[in-house]
Design a protein around this ligand. Sequence first.
Ligand SMILES: [Zn+2]
Length: 212
Amino acid sequence: MKILVYENFMTKVFWDKHLKKMKFVKKRDESGKYYLRIVDDSNKGEIEKIKSFCYSRFLRVVLHDDSMERSSNYRSRFFRRNKGVFGNSEFYLCAYCGKPLSKKDVRVDHIIPVYLASKTEKYKRMLILRGIRNVNDPRNLAPSCAKCNGRKGANGGLWILRGYLGRLCFSVMLRELILLVIGAFVLYWLYGFLTDLNIYKAFETVFRFFQP
Ligand SMILES: [Zn+2]
């Protein structure tokens, strides 16, 4: 949630320091100067506190729902939550084509694109059905290569399914494959080890011993 407090005589004379202490940042656009703070939608207590502060001091406050807008920090939020295939933030797979990517090559993709989420009720509902109230939620973000990111653009439909499935499957499949190779190697080594020990001969001797 973006909270905007517009500058007026009162803010200039009395409340400038207070607003800055409340983590507001001074901005300016074509409509004039204002103080801006972004508060998490779930932090209802803080939003109410700011509202009552402004109302009681006759400050003009506007609450702007930015949950369906591209945030400035979604890339860092994605990497904070998503540590890649091996959990070391180094190695990722494109959710759409499976291409291996280093962190710097990852394009963080909005699986349900910002454009569709902000313009179309259907896509907004798809997010909400998954319990996602903000289009920049890491659950709506996937690693992708530059090519897939460019091709996908603001497309919906099957791309969304590919994004969700790919993000889940490619990394799981790669991990399983590596485990399988390690498992096969261990079995092969064990087989060689047992053959060298002549364990079969040992079994044979035991069997002969018990035969009448
Ligand atoms: Zn790709």
